[in-house]
Design a protein around this ligand. Structure first.
Ligand SMILES: [Zn+2]
Length: 417
């Protein structure tokens, strides 16, 4: 079985391996050459879009701007905004090729009131949301403009997708992939830094534990049960829980991992709190490990409540994680020609620097939804960025030209010309 699988993969890899000859096609060459002269105009669009506030669930202004730009690209059809606010468009292929979605998200983690003025410091652009994901979104838009400038005709369909609410459990991508009626052959979330290729999907559980009591004035509190003590015990015990060995090959990410990110409770200094709580963000690479860890976490948290004789409530504020029962096994995802093509394309343009591009079994982007549905899915990046999710976020202005070329090459290599 194993030999058979390897044989199949080798054959399909060979059939779809990236060849730089495809880039010599006159239309593709025109598209690639059209990017550098546009560098300044692309950066101007990038700045304009970054300065439109777009918190998760409040992406409408960005969506309108995107729609306006899409309407000026002649080859696009089916330009749509769905009920949740995702904006999509189809660039129809001539037939006989594989379809590919390029998705980037419109939302940022910053509230609408956050001041956003893009500052230029040398080659750096600085602003909240400049990298995650505005730069990537602009690169995807420019990909479709460039294909038109070169008059590139692909065999497979290419789909533009600007999603909403990626930062809140990938809600937009989930809605589009399950509800649009379009089942793509490949899905690329353009949402990370330029260089590596992610082909996985982290399992993510967000848990909230609440401990309750009837409360009491400090003067009468001696010896009574206290939810704050239960929180302290639970957190101490959780961090003492042995985790499986760190998964290799994930660069600086160390998984499996659990993190207590929020803690709270009580209303006054001189009483036992009626309630105290904390949250756990739990992540691992596969469903079996995740299920096992989640049960252990819940058991330890409950034992703390029992030991302290307080009430116990386990909540999942964001609901359950995606159902990954249809996801392809790790080896199959890793060996898929789409992943190999993306790595080859990155290396062709030197996108990852001298170290070269790596395929990594990671994922916390819109591509997770594709992985859960068994669609060959990757996360890639089209810009070099730093400090995502912080007010000090920055990106390298020049990197986007390389990023757009990477997207052009990936599009033609995958959809065929
Ligand atoms: Zn993002």
């Amino acid at each position: 079985m194993r030999l058979l699988l390897c044989g199949c993969l080798a054959a399909s890899l060979h059939a779809q391996a990236f060849s730089s000859d495809a880039l010599k096609n006159p239309a593709v060459a025109r598209a690639l050459e059209s990017v550098a002269p546009r560098q300044q105009a692309i950066v101007e669009d990038w700045i304009r879009l970054t300065e439109i506030p777009s918190p998760s669930g409040g992406e409408q202004k960005r969506a309108e701007w995107i729609r306006g730009e899409l309407s000026r690209i002649p080859s696009l059809s089916d330009i749509k905004t769905d009920s949740m606010g995702n904006v999509s468009a189809v660039r129809r292929g001539s037939g006989g090729g594989r379809s590919l979605v390029f998705a980037a998200h419109m939302d940022t983690v910053f509230p609408a009131s956050t001041p956003i003025r893009v500052q230029r410091e040398g080659k750096l652009l600085k602003a909240p949301g400049i990298g995650d994901c505005t730069g990537n979104l602009i690169a995807v838009l420019e990909l479709f403009r460039a294909l038109d400038r070169g008059q590139v005709k692909t065999k497979g369909d290419l789909i533009f997708l600007a999603t909403v609410q990626e930062e809140t459990r990938l809600k937009g991508a989930n809605e589009w992939l399950r509800g649009s009626g379009y089942r793509p052959d490949h899905f690329a979330a353009v949402d990370i830094g330029l260089g590596n290729v992610w082909y996985g999907a982290f399992r993510i559980s967000r848990l909230r534990f609440r401990y309750t009591s009837s409360g009491s004035h400090t003067l009468f509190s001696r010896g009574l049960a206290n939810p704050a003590k239960a929180v302290a015990k639970a957190i101490t015990d959780l961090y003492a829980m042995p985790l499986p060995q760190v998964e290799p090959g994930l660069e600086e990410m160390k998984l499996p991992v659990l993190n207590v990110g929020m803690i709270g409770g009580g209303t006054v200094v001189n009483a036992i709190p009626r309630e105290a709580w904390f949250t756990v963000d739990l992540r691992s690479l596969d469903s079996a490990t995740q299920d096992r860890l989640e049960s252990s976490v819940a058991r330890i948290a409950r034992a703390a409540a029992d030991a302290e004789r307080v009430g116990f409530h386990l909540e999942k504020p964001d609901g359950n994680d995606f159902d990954y029962s249809k996801a392809r096994p790790r080896q199959e995802r890793q060996g898929h020609p789409f992943v190999k093509t993306a790595v080859d394309v990155m290396n062709h343009f030197g996108a990852a620097g001298p170290a070269g591009s790596k395929a990594i079994d990671a994922g916390s982007t819109d591509a997770n939804v594709g992985v859960s549905l068994g669609i060959p899915s990757i996360a890639i990046g089209a810009i070099r960025q730093q400090g995502a999710h912080t007010l000090e976020e920055s990106a390298e202005a020049d990197s986007i030209a390389t990023g757009v070329k990477v997207l052009i090459a990936l599009a033609v290599a995958t959809a065929g010309i």
